[in-house]
Design a protein around this ligand. Structure first.
Ligand SMILES: O=c1ccn([C@@H]2O[C@H](COP(=O)(O)OP(=O)(O)O[C@H]3O[C@H](CO)[C@@H](O)[C@H](O)[C@H]3O)[C@@H](O)[C@H]2O)c(=O)[nH]1
Length: 173
């Protein structure tokens, strides 16, 4: 069983990435839409969390690291008879705040991401990050990429495909 933390980023080529339908729910797809001009600003849900800058913390992991984690898990599965069901965390073990992610994306893209401060989103946790020891020790897998790499690759995908796989603007009638 693989527990995903917050997968973001895109393939290095910029040809494979996330393309949610409608209004994105997740942070990075939303930032991406703002960066390419599809939405005017990012709603930041909560600036009163007990964290270093008041915004919530998540463990963002590069989607390519996540894919590599699957390969390591399959190797483990195939080489371990009767392994049964074992849970592994696929995360980096490091958390970033919403503000830190916005800044990293602005650096990577050279675009300003206007923000609007909003109340907390119901159900959101203050801080979520992985314990990574078990995956490192038993799968010989650890995440390699940092938040800068994730934002660089996500921006490369976004600037090459501002309207995702459709090519055109799906919101334009
Ligand atoms: O437009 C946005 C979107 C997100 N956030 C914040 O950014 C952080 C990350 O949000 P998101 O990308 O939605 O990830 P999670 O909050 O970790 O939510 C994931 O994990 C939840 C369970 O923990 C699931 O319920 C969700 O479906 C899944 O997306 C959170 O603090 C959000 O409040 C914003 O400020 N603005």
């Amino acid at each position: 069983m693989l527990r995903y933390f917050n997968p973001i980023g895109a393939h290095r080529s910029g040809d494979i990435g996330e393309d949610p339908r409608g209004v994105p729910n997740n942070l990075l797809p939303y930032i991406q839409h703002v960066a390419v001009g599809r939405r005017p600003e990012l709603n930041v849900y909560g600036v009163d969390y007990p964290t270093r800058d008041g915004t919530a913390i998540r463990d963002y992991i590069h989607v390519v690291d996540l894919a590599d984690g699957h390969i390591s898990a399959l190797e483990k599965l195939l080489s371990t008879p009767d392994i049964g069901c074992v849970a592994y965390n696929l995360g980096t073990g490091r958390g970033a705040t919403v503000v830190e992610v916005v800044k990293a994306f602005e650096e990577a893209s050279g675009k300003k991401i206007p923000i609007k401060i909003c109340p907390r989103r119901p159900g959101d946790s203050t801080e979520v990050y992985a314990s990574t020891d078990k995956a490192r020790d038993e799968l010989a897998w650890s995440a390699r990429f940092g938040i800068e790499d994730m934002c660089r690759d996500q921006w490369n995908w976004a600037r090459k495909n501002p309207f995702g796989y459709s090519g055109g603007n799906p919101e334009k009638k």
